[in-house]
Design a protein around this ligand. Structure first.
Ligand code: BDR
Ligand code: CA
Length: 310
């Protein structure tokens, strides 16, 4: 089992990613942390607890994270993810609570007690992990890598160059990309290729209670492309389990933190300023058919976990 820390802002695609991560026997979630992003941090924290309750995984600790970016004002994406962040499904009453410690302190504790360096997966803006780097330098060597959903080398989804997680808190992203911790950047370059077709989303409705829940959320999801809906964050979990689905390139990546290109990620593809240094493995292509097939295959296992949760 691979031990991980998952930092999220559910958010519908975060919720789909977490549903897989909570129920996949190869992953061991040591800590779940929330961050403001798609909706407020109060709501993203509640949504994490809704999912751990739904899947009978209340032993997984949840810690509340940052309520706002490092410097910028917070602007949510409820226009895509609905007012609650997980609309369309009536979840069972939450049977557990968030830790009394904040996300950054909880991450530092888990890392300091881990026998080996651990992977941190982040599918929201990177405010919590930037604060971890700034406030707990003693645990940086305990981070094996960051697997991040975010960024793009091929155009944005908030501005013409910026992806949402980067745009929300570019200053945090800058800290993370300069941290020296190895990064896997899974951005729009692949997530916009890995669409779930509307037929697949419809088919999920009949696959037990987990399928019904995911169908309702994905139907309410406002992010849509010709050919289907991009489940951006799910790619981080897929990458952890099946990295062979992804083509990656090693680059030095910088983050633009202000001006009209704020939130852009720019890779030194021509080796003009990085002197051969590398800070990120950037996913540039994906076997989209294999991704969709893998996604569908996860649902039966999920149903075993949610039986009796109601
Ligand atoms: C990212 O932005 C959020 O709205 C999604 O949850 C995903 O993490 C895609 O740009
Ligand atoms: Ca997200």
């Amino acid at each position: 089992m691979t031990p991980i820390i998952l930092d999220m802002d559910p958010g519908i695609d975060d919720a789909v990613a977490l549903s897989i991560a909570l129920t996949n026997p190869e992953l061991d979630i040591k800590l779940l942390t929330s961050v403001a992003g798609n909706v407020s941090v109060d709501k993203t924290t509640t949504n994490l607890l809704k999912l751990t309750t739904f899947f009978n995984q209340t032993q997984v600790p949840v810690a509340r994270g940052a309520a706002a970016p490092l410097k910028k004002a917070f602007v949510d994406a409820s226009y895509i993810h609905g007012a609650s962040g997980m609309p369309g499904y009536e979840f069972p009453t939450i049977t557990t609570q968030a830790l009394t410690t904040d996300a950054v302190s909880a991450m530092a504790k888990v890392l300091s007690e881990a026998p080996e360096p651990m992977t941190i997966v982040a599918t929201g803006s990177y405010t919590n992990i930037a604060l971890l780097i700034q406030n707990h330098p003693e645990v940086i060597s305990q981070i094996k890598e960051f697997v991040l959903m975010g960024g793009s080398l091929s155009g944005g989804n908030v501005s013409s160059v910026a992806e949402f997680n980067l745009f929300t808190d570019p200053d945090a992203a800058d800290v993370v990309f300069k941290s020296g911790v190895p990064i896997v950047m899974i951005g729009l370059d692949v997530t916009l290729k890995a669409l779930l077709s509307l037929e697949t989303i419809d088919a999920v409705a009949d696959l037990g209670e987990a399928g019904n829940m995911l169908h309702k959320l994905m139907t309410a999801y406002g992010d849509s492309e010709p050919g289907g809906k991009p489940m951006h964050d799910v790619n981080t979990i897929c990458y952890l389990l099946l990295p062979e689905f992804y083509t990656t390139k090693d680059y030095w990546v910088d983050v633009i933190t202000d001006g009209p290109a704020s939130g852009a990620t720019i890779a030194d593809t021509q080796n003009r300023w990085s002197n051969g240094k590398i800070n990120a493995k950037v996913a540039v292509d994906i076997d989209a058919q294999a991704f969709e097939k893998w996604f569908l295959a996860q649902i039966p296992t999920m149903n075993h976990y949610c039986e009796g949760a109601f």
